[in-house]
Write a protein that binds this ligand. Structure first.
Ligand code: FES
Ligand SMILES: [Fe+2]
Length: 372
């Protein structure tokens, strides 16, 4: 039977056996119970690091860039600031008077002025001026300044978190070490290759699909021709995992230098996933950065952003036909969205050899959902 939606989601539905050979996948209630969605928003996403765009927009002093953190999910108005001393910070973009959103468009300014009643803030977030408040007691106090939000950078990209469970560098440590020979920060963004995909499925179904190569020969015949699937590997880290794809002869591949653990191997792609919703696909042509944005229990948007290392390799090999592979993935994820609601389906099992990444995701998800 399909359980009725509840006001509270019991995270015991996400009890995942640590032994993959015995484990079952999450109870299907996780994918359509609105209470599970609300819990994931607060316990998973509000505590996670989220991509906030490239740093090029903040190169000049006194740059202000408003962002909407995870639109459709967290919907938090934030402001990225590069001040006159080149210091970078993230502030709330909500006026501490009556809640007006302060900065609507990227701009350069020495101060922030609210367009509603003209309250002013400096670029450190301190309130500096407010008309007609002379008689107000205990004013200004600390709560009249703009709250600061943790911001960190990785390879030229900004990341923010409302309430980080772990430091960003802890999430990225394995990736940075493994790819230390690759100057990712110098890859050049190509906005003409940006894509936003939206579809009617739960965000976690999309992530699960990303995290296994088991489906590649059945869902992606074109991609399968570029890869040595018998050599496909996955590695699990504390907060992230890697799928390592080896190129077939004749297809583009990295040739990692001596000192890299991959030296001597023809790497077609490093497919990294960082909990909960970031994918860093590193191909010989460059980086495809994907962000999975939950828009509700049945709707998801995925951002694709491209940073080019070698334009001559665009369109080739495993990282070539990304649109085609995405459509193939979306088609199967939409079918799973319909199937997982079935009265005749409750949960499934994992391939011990090929679905370790999916099992890892579910274990991290369960941990986050159970943390009060
Ligand atoms: S809401 Fe900003 S000054 Fe009133
Ligand atoms: Fe796929």
């Amino acid at each position: 039977m399909t359980p009725a939606p509840s006001a509270f989601f019991d995270p015991a539905a996400l009890d995942i056996d640590p032994d993959i050979t015995r484990a079952s996948t999450p109870d299907k209630a996780f994918y359509f119970d609105p209470a599970a969605w609300t819990m994931a928003r607060e316990r998973v996403f509000a505590r996670s690091w989220q991509w906030a765009g490239g740093m090029a927009r903040l190169a000049e002093p006194n740059s202000l860039v408003p962002i909407d953190l995870l639109p459709g999910c967290l919907d938090e108005p934030l402001l990225l600031v590069r001040d006159a001393d080149h210091a970078l910070r993230c502030l709330s973009n909500v006026c501490t008077h009556r809640g007006n959103v302060l900065v609507r468009e990227p701009c350069r300014a020495e101060a922030i002025r609210c367009g509603y009643h003209s309250r002013r803030f400096d670029l450190q977030g301190r309130m500096t001026f407010m008309p007609e408040f002379q008689g107000a007691c205990d004013f200004p106090s600390a709560r009249d300044h703009l709250p600061r939000v943790p911001l960190e950078t990785w390879q030229g990209q900004a990341f923010v978190s409302l309430s980080p469970a772990v430091p960003l560098q802890a999430l990225m440590a394995e990736i940075s070490a493994r790819l230390s020979w690759l100057p990712i920060a110098s890859f050049v963004e190509d906005p003409s290759r940006s894509r936003d995909y939206e579809f009617d499925a739960h965000w976690a179904l999309y992530v699960e699909n990303f995290l296994e190569g088991l489906h590649i020969p059945f869902v992606h015949p074109g991609l399968a021709r570029s890869l040595e699937l018998s050599a496909y590997e996955s590695e699990l880290y504390e907060h992230a995992n890697l799928q390592l794809a080896i190129a077939r002869e004749g297809d583009p591949a990295f040739d990692p230098p001596p000192g890299s653990p991959d030296h001597g191997r023809r790497i077609a792609a490093y497919y990294y996933w960082v909990f909960p919703n970031l994918m860093l696909n590193v191909y010989p042509w460059g980086l495809s950065l994907n962000v999975v944005q939950p828009l509700g229990p049945r709707r998801t948007r995925v951002l694709f952003r491209s940073y080019v290392r070698d334009p001559a390799l665009l369109g080739e090999g495993a990282g070539g036909a990304l649109d085609e592979v995405e459509m193939e993935d979306e088609t199967v994820v939409l079918a799973v969205q319909r199937g997982v609601r079935s009265r005749l389906y409750t949960k499934g099992r994992y391939s011990p050899t090929r679905e370790r990444g999916v099992h890892h995701f579910h274990r991290l998800l369960a941990d986050a959902m159970k943390r009060p």
